[in-house]
Design a protein around this ligand. Structure first.
Ligand SMILES: [Zn+2]
Length: 487
């Protein structure tokens, strides 16, 4: 009260002394008390700690080992390098599936696919009864905006939950006019327009860049500049990420933002006979980039920029980490908070990564599931596989005969993860909108009517025996008859 009175009298005196100045004209327009109250409100608003904002960037179809910050030597990606310098790079971040929708759904729910029930791009959508990261932040007063670039993430597929603004590719009136994806520069322009119009509320911004997905057609000058068009696509996305970060910085949105960059899955690029992704669960499609850059306000004593974490982490850990960083109570998820790795208080959490591929079932083959730790990886298949990733990171030598006990233990643990299939607990519709199904098919995804749960009898056909004929059939464009080309 004393401070209040003092301020009022001081302003009155000041107004008197500065008669005829700008301040006095304001004083005449507003009663002195009003000026004081406005000043106090501003001082209070400035002093109140602002909640950190969240910028989540997902790059589709991007292998960690094709980024310069993961050792790729043929091109330097300045925007990602900048984030890496200011943040923490996870060297062994693992996706849950080689498909866009299941992987993103795990990112947003912290659940493995058996937990959230989204097993395929063309299967069921995420049910409303799940809680997404966007819903949590929206309920905490964040302005939430998503800018996605593929029909696979159409709002009808479940991830629009919690986003006040969700912009994807627009359905066209005629199917042939329906866009299936949009470029990163469009996504960034759209996102900037959005955050320029939301005032001062804390934001949760998600941008999704589909460009590195096949077909690899980077715009100029990236098309001419890079021999490998897949790298050209990544370089274009890097430039657009730089543009987005610059725009956030100019608006003072970056200094208080957690920035997370991840890929949903990688790309086989011919390894193991697979051209792109969706069938196998090898590291080429599961090991993804993950960069977490914290604002100064959240940087704890042990955390420094430009650091790397060698320990295995999963996409399901992103949501628990964000909630932990923002001091929001945890939800029940399959993930854990990675803050002990971020602040350096621990260098290993002993996590196991679960991943699955249900897409082969659309082709009449066995689904695949995998479990890995920091050293071994077990793949459940008609002919199961075990790899020592320390000595064989490209999974070239199946050592299952040499380590039957390891395989047996991992197989049992994998079975426990699979048994969480929520189809046992809920009976939900697998309905997929006919238009979305047609657009998925136009992207090259076979879209059957449903996907059976993993613990149902697995078809005997092993994708390993079928991939060569399958890829040949795709090259020849002679259709995807499922069985004829399996050895
Ligand atoms: Zn994807």
């Amino acid at each position: 009260m004393n401070w209040f009175s003092h301020g009022e009298s001081r302003m009155s005196r000041h107004e008197h002394q500065q008669s005829g100045t700008w301040l006095s004209s304001v004083g005449r327009a507003l009663p002195p008390l009003g000026v004081v109250l406005l000043t106090l409100a501003w001082v209070w608003w400035s002093a109140v700690p602002k909640p950190a904002q969240l910028v989540l960037i997902t790059i589709d179809t991007t292998r960690a080992d094709r980024l310069s910050l993961y050792g790729f030597a043929d091109a330097t990606m300045p925007a990602l390098e900048r984030l890496a310098r200011d943040g923490v790079v996870f060297d062994q971040a693992i996706s849950v599936a080689p498909l866009t929708l299941p992987a993103h759904t795990s990112l947003f729910t912290g659940l493995f696919p058996p937990g959230h029930g989204v097993r395929d791009n063309a299967g069921r959508a995420l049910d409303e009864n799940h809680t997404t990261l966007a819903e949590v932040l929206r309920d905490r007063g964040y302005c939430t905006g998503a800018f996605v670039s593929s029909v696979v993430l159409d709002p009808s597929r479940g991830l629009a939950q919690g986003f006040e603004h969700y912009a994807g590719v627009l359905p066209g009136a005629r199917r042939e006019a329906t866009p299936l994806q949009r470029r990163a520069d469009e996504v960034v322009a759209d996102a900037i327009r959005w955050f320029d119009g939301i005032g001062t509320c804390p934001l949760f911004l998600w941008t999704h860049f589909y460009d590195p997905h096949r077909p690899y057609e980077p715009p100029e000058p990236y098309r001419s500049r890079y021999f490998d068009p897949y790298i050209g696509e990544i370089m274009f996305v890097d430039a657009q990420i730089g543009r987005l970060l610059d725009a956030l910085e100019q608006r003072h949105r970056l200094e208080n933002a957690i920035v997370i960059v991840a890929a949903d899955h990688g790309e086989s690029l011919g390894e193991h006979g697979e051209e792109d992704h969706g069938i196998f669960v090898y590291e080429s499609v599961l090991r993804v980039p993950l960069i977490v850059r914290l604002p100064g306000s959240l940087t704890t004593s042990g955390a420094t920029g430009d650091s790397r974490v060698a320990d295995l982490v999963r996409l399901v850990d992103v949501m628990p980490t964000v909630l932990d960083l923002l001091r929001i109570p945890a939800l029940v998820t399959d993930g854990v908070s990675l803050t002990p790795l971020l602040d350096g208080s621990r260098n290993a959490l002993g996590l196991e990564g679960y991943a699955e591929s249900m897409y082969p079932r659309q082709l009449g083959w066995s689904s695949l599931a995998a479990l890995r730790d920091n050293r071994f990886k077990f793949i459940q298949a008609p002919q199961p596989e075990l790899y020592d990733l320390e000595s064989d990171p490209f999974e070239r030598t199946n050592i299952i005969r040499d380590h039957p006990a390891v395989a047996q233990t991992m197989s049992r643990r994998l079975g426990q993860a699979e048994s969480r299939d929520e189809r046992e607990r809920t009976a939900r519709s697998d309905h997929v909108d006919a238009d979305v199904r047609a657009r998925l098919a136009a992207l090259g995804y076979a879209a059957g009517t449903s996907v059976a749960p993993l613990h149902a009898a697995r078809p005997a056909l092993d994708p390993k025996d079928c991939i060569a004929g399958y890829e040949q059939r795709r090259r020849d464009n002679t259709g995807l008859s499922p069985k004829g080309f399996c050895q």
